[in-house]
Design a protein around this ligand. Structure first.
Ligand code: SF4
Ligand code: SF4
Length: 307
């Protein structure tokens, strides 16, 4: 059933009374931090509505992150990867120290960035992290053509991103590319990126889904069906492959200036998907009563982490 005022409203049942699908928590594999929603860009379709003035999620500081890293280590949880997303993480003034902390504690670290001015402004400090082999960046290019990319990201975003990419290459940092599926076949997109990477001498395999991560369009205007417990077998998908089965994200909300643990990177604002301030209290079933669950994860078959 497509969306009306009753869809996605009841936690346990869909609008037609079926049992809503849920995802059981397995173990913590990846912890994400949303470093703050402020961003130097205001891309169309940004799923957290980031832009230069949206500070609904405040900057996390070093102590906020250290607190959760300590919670993982004290409890000996098997979490191996720490991810950072925003907004633009490099707009956070503590980001270098935060990354250094996680890397020194031997976590794999993944930073989602647009590689533009905020990152480039921190180049001198970032250089000192190049010795850490567990640091990876994921850079967003919304299309393989400058024109389509700039239609989403704004003028003069393409060349500036490539300045950042070239700098990362010259300083031996590892990165992959993330893009969106915008009304084109996956094969066409991968072929387009393969050509682009060749033009720029980038050693990224456009046909490897880890090197070029493609995400479905997150346009909220498109309706999406609710997911019931029956859908898993009908679609041939396993709940344990959803991001919320083994990941959580930390956010700091403006309204209470407190950190919260939320189910995943895609739904940072809803209280329904929040579990208080302690990681251990978040290891629970997640009921999929949000359109992103359907559009992005179940029908889009995407997840945010690298593993
Ligand atoms: S760069 Fe990323 S976080 Fe910033 S507005 Fe664009 S999509 Fe959103
Ligand atoms: S959007 Fe988040 S909560 Fe919903 S299925 Fe995806 S990972 Fe789970």
């Amino acid at each position: 059933m497509l969306n009306n005022e009753n869809t996605f409203s009841n936690k346990y049942t869909t609008a037609d009374g079926s049992n809503r699908a849920y995802v059981s928590f397995t173990f913590l594999k990846t912890l994400w931090f949303n470093t703050g929603t402020l961003c130097n860009l205001a891309c169309k379709g940004c799923y957290v509505e980031s832009n230069p003035i949206n500070d609904k999620l405040l900057y996390l500081n070093f102590k906020d992150v250290e607190h959760y890293i300590n919670e993982i280590q004290i409890n000996n949880w098997p979490c191996k990867t720490i991810g950072f997303t925003g907004g633009e993480p490099f707009m956070n003034k503590d980001i270098i120290e935060i990354l250094e902390l996680c890397l020194e504690k031997q976590f794999k670290v993944l930073v989602l960035t647009n590689a533009m001015q905020p990152m480039q402004n921190k180049i001198n400090n970032l250089k000192r992290l190049s010795k850490f082999k567990k640091l990876n960046f994921r850079i967003s290019l919304d299309h393989y053509s400058k024109y389509e990319h700039e239609k989403i990201r704004g003028e003069k975003t393409w060349d500036r991103t490539f300045i950042g990419i070239k700098w990362l290459i010259n300083n031996n940092f590892k990165f992959n590319i993330a893009s969106r599926m915008l009304n084109e076949d996956e094969q066409v997109i991968r072929d387009g990126f393969a050509k682009l990477f060749k033009q720029h001498n980038l050693t990224i395999n456009a046909y490897d889904p880890q090197d070029l991560v493609l995400f479905p369009e997150m346009n909220s205007k498109f309706k999406t069906p609710e997911i019931t417990t029956e859908c898993w077998s009908i679609l041939g998908i396993e709940a344990k492959n959803m991001m919320c089965s083994d990941s959580r994200m930390i956010v700091k909300r403006k309204e209470d200036r407190q950190t919260h643990v939320v189910a995943c990177t895609l739904i940072p604002y809803e209280n329904n998907f929040s579990y208080g301030s302690k990681l251990k209290d978040s290891f629970k079933k997640v009921y999929l009563n949000h359109p992103h669950c359907s559009k992005f994860c179940v029908l889009g078959r995407s997840r945010c982490s690298n593993n």
